[in-house]
Design a protein around this ligand. Sequence first.
Ligand SMILES: *Cc1c(COP(=O)(O)O)cnc(C)c1O
Length: 218
Amino acid sequence: MIAENLKKIRKELPEEVDFVLVSKTHTIEDMMEAYNAGQRIFGENKVQELQDKYPEMPKDVEWHMVGHLQRNKVKYMAEYVKLIHAVDSLRLLRTINNEAKKNDRVINCLLQIKIAEEESKFGMDESLAQEILKSDDLKDFQNVQIIGLMGMATFTDDTDQVTREFQKLKRIYDQLKVDNPNFETLSMGMSGDYKIAITEGSNMVRVGSAVFGERSYN
Ligand SMILES: *Cc1c(COP(=O)(O)O)cnc(C)c1O
């Protein structure tokens, strides 16, 4: 079932769209079914779970941290994490830079932008993103690279609203890209809204339940 779902969704994605399979709460067995069907990019939203799964999966898996990240947890995954999607402050970037440096790496990051019209806890507005990207601090961070933006639309059946929110993020992305030649990734779209996200210009989707089925949190 997992392999079939993957195949079906891949067919719907244009070739330039990266597919992050969000595997939080799902077993290594289920993840290996996806791996054996060709999936290589996996996303987790908790560092502890990522830590538990990392040694159990093949070494060519590309691990993405898609969830909110606390600074004191960065060190645990700094050795291998490929992309951090939800950076929401300069302080967090500083920590990521320090931990990346200890591991002699450059860690790619996305700034999370708040686009949901309803109140959402995480993410920054456009002006703070602008400020961070222009800051002298960032120039000193040799071991982080901001390669784009991430956003989450409101969880709603109102497709007009979701479309508006994704359009807003795409507009901000295009604007910031002008002065940030490193920009190449716009991470938007989940199981319920990835088709809209692609239409609106996403080039990276984060999909979990459409492949694995509904999560059960026990
Ligand atoms: C869980 C999660 C996803 C995937 O959600 P689905 O609805 O299962 O596709 C995507 N992005 C983030 C940040 C998540 O936490």
